[in-house]
Design a protein around this ligand. Structure first.
Ligand code: HEM
Length: 196
């Protein structure tokens, strides 16, 4: 009973606040001059990594529910997905504003000349319709097509890993770890839950 009450009234607000911590850390580091010699790079890296982490956390919720039998993970799925979009938007805004000063010609050249930017942009463009349709009205309106559209939730993190992989050049350890985690999450979806 107490656990149920906690889940009902506390789970979402607590997780919502926790998801703001990466943003709060960034604001604190900027305020206290702790972003290092290249603050724009630090912000880009921080927001990029958190986008990828939230994308993977969102994908973790369904297998977690299936294997544990708990219901709470699916109640968090939409919020985590929207946080992925939030951090991706900060990441993109940092690039467009602080890095490129909204010089659209330069940005366009970057998109067509640098494959890791092309893939990052594609990932963001595919994430956009997911964020825009993750409300009850759109779920009802799109019907079966909603599920089809939301399969993009597997494609976006894969593009995110590729984007990371292509930018690191030599030290592939980090994108490799994210790639393996993603592969594990996708495999977990294919496997049946125990006892079913
Ligand atoms: C869902 C979409 C995206 C994801 C998951 C993502 C993820 C990442 C990750 C994980 C990093 C590396 C962070 C690190 O080094 O620790 C990164 C770096 C970066 N991303 Fe993205 N990104 C996305 C979209 C974009 C978009 C749309 C752009 C710009 C058009 C962009 C531009 C960059 C740049 C400029 C860097 C830093 C490159 C460098 O260090 O030289 N990303 N991103």
């Amino acid at each position: 009973m107490v656990v149920r009450m906690l889940h009902r009234y506390w789970l979402k607000p607590v997780v919502f606040a926790a998801c703001l911590l990466p943003m709060a850390t960034l604001v604190w580091q900027a305020y206290s001059d702790q972003l290092g010699a290249n603050p724009i790079e630090a912000i880009t890296h921080h927001t990029g990594e958190w986008t990828l982490r939230f994308l993977l956390l969102t994908l973790l919720m369904t297998p977690l529910k299936r294997f544990s039998g708990w219901l709470w993970p699916v109640r968090l799925r939409r919020m985590l997905g929207l946080y992925a979009f939030f951090y991706a938007s900060l990441h993109l805004a940092t690039y467009l504003w602080l890095d490129q000063f909204f010089l659209w010609d330069e940005i366009w050249l970057d998109i067509i000349d640098r494959p890791f930017i092309t893939v990052g942009m594609l990932a963001y463009l595919l994430l956009l319709p997911l964020a825009l349709t993750s409300n009850r009205y759109m779920i009802r309106r799109l019907g079966k097509n909603w599920k089809r559209l939301h399969r993009l939730a597997y494609v976006v993190p894969a593009l995110g890993v590729l984007h990371f992989w292509w930018l690191v050049k030599a030290d592939i350890l980090e994108p490799l770890v994210y790639g393996l985690l993603l592969a594990g999450l996708l495999l977990a979806r294919l496997r049946k839950a125990p006892g079913r």
